[in-house]
Ligand binder design. Structure first.
Ligand SMILES: *Cc1c(COP(=O)(O)O)cnc(C)c1O
Length: 385
């Protein structure tokens, strides 16, 4: 079956008890024990015991997501960061080394660059993963994991998944890819050779800005380990209600992604032609440094997130945002409404960003509104400059 058909049907079925054509929300914390529970494994991660060991709505959502990604197995957790920390905790131990993209979601940086090295003696090298030679040079004999994000938050840098998978496997390491900015509609790391694909479900997959969740996808042996450690023992279980909301959102993922892809392409093209704009980064623009890689591995489009800076000072950036009427100033991305964040020139990771980003910049998540209205909103806010 094709992607859109799987988005609708995977994970759903007739509810056997009521005949309802939608599976219900099961909010129970516990499931009935057998007559003699003395043989029960209280740390099991296969459900029907306690919701932190796995619940019904979690399993339905896992079935949908693994079908969309084309992965053998999936675990869904409380947030994208629970998924990231689940991968890092399950795969790395004291003395191990990891290579990580120098542009990632802030918590991946915090975990791999500060918390795990400081507390557990794990070594990390931040590498510019847009350059495969740099990745290769960063690998050491004890490298167990390469973690990349593509397109990366907040710079939109694009890394070549298939080439980096070869480097990882040649070194006996695993490759995990944070696929949040693309979503499985645009890019499926599992099909490109990655061992693990991480998604913040909070973003495009739920898509409505009203529930948090995370997922890790990959082969069963790896996912079983992450499920047992990150969900049962670290406690990152998702709420059944959130799993149900995300399941509902995921049904329209292909329709929404089409609109995000088209809208962002038009807004990025508009920005690139304006004198008020100092730079624009969007993987769909031929001016993007890794546009060719993006075209090769992003099957249906380039997502809804654009980075850009104004040819103006710090205050002007804030003034511009305060004049916007449709686009909301708030973090997050992949929601139905357009969101913008100003990342000022005092950002602690400034030195890791490409030079153009050093004067401060915006991360704009183009929502599902008509692109013409978004463009008009930006045009009228330019007058504040
Ligand atoms: C938002 C985000 C995360 C974290 O997800 P949460 O659901 O907020 O915990 C991880 N990676 C990327 C690329 C993100 O944008």
């Amino acid at each position: 079956m094709k992607f859109a058909t799987r988005s609708v049907h995977a994970g759903n079925a007739i509810d056997r008890e009521t005949g309802a054509i939608r599976r219900p929300i099961t909010m129970a914390n516990s499931y009935e024990l057998p007559y003699d529970p003395s043989g029960v494994n209280w740390s099991a991660s296969d459900g029907s015991l306690y919701t932190r060991n796995g619940g019904a709505n979690q399993r339905y959502l896992q079935d949908k997501l693994k079908s969309l990604e084309g992965a053998e197995d999936c675990v869904v957790l409380a947030s994208g960061v629970a998924a990231l920390s689940g991968v890092f905790f399950a795969l790395l131990r004291s003395g191990d080394h990891a290579v990580v993209s120098d542009s990632t979601y802030i918590a991946a940086y915090r975990l791999l660059h500060e918390l795990l090295p400081g507390k557990y003696g794990i070594k990390t090298t931040l590498a510019d993963s847009t350059d495969t030679e740099t990745v290769k040079a960063a690998v050491r004999p004890n490298t167990k994991l390469i973690h990349i994000e593509t397109p990366a938050n907040p710079t939109l840098k694009v890394s070549d998944i298939a080439l980096i998978a070869e480097i990882a496997h040649g070194a006996g390491a695993l490759l995990s890819v944070d696929n949040t900015f693309a979503s499985p509609y645009n890019q499926r790391p599992s099909e490109l050779g990655a061992d693990l694909s991480v998604e913040s479900l909070t973003k495009y997959i739920n898509g409505h800005g009203d529930a948090m969740g995370g997922a890790v996808l990959g082969r069963k042996s790896l996912i079983d380990k992450i499920r047992a450690e990150a969900m049962v023992n670290l406690g990152g279980a998702i709420s059944p209600f959130n799993a149900w909301l995300i399941m509902r959102g995921a049904v329209t993922l292909p329709l929404r992604m089409k609109q995000h892809n088209e809208g962002a392409m038009r807004v990025a093209g508009f920005l690139e032609d304006r004198k008020e704009v100092r730079f624009v980064r969007y993987p769909g623009l031929p001016s993007h440094p890794e546009h060719e890689t993006a075209k090769r591995q992003m099957e249906n489009g380039f997502g809804g997130v654009i980075a850009f800076g104004l040819a103006a000072d710090h205050d002007a950036h804030n003034r511009f945002v305060s004049r916007l009427k449709i686009i909301t100033s708030a973090v997050s991305l992949g929601h139905d409404e357009s969101l913008i964040v100003f990342l000022g020139e005092n950002d602690e990771r400034q030195h890791l960003y490409p030079e153009a980003f050093h004067g401060g910049f915006f991360r704009l998540s183009v929502g599902l509104e008509d692109a013409e209205d978004i463009i008009e909103d930006i045009k009228q806010a330019f007058s504040a400059l």
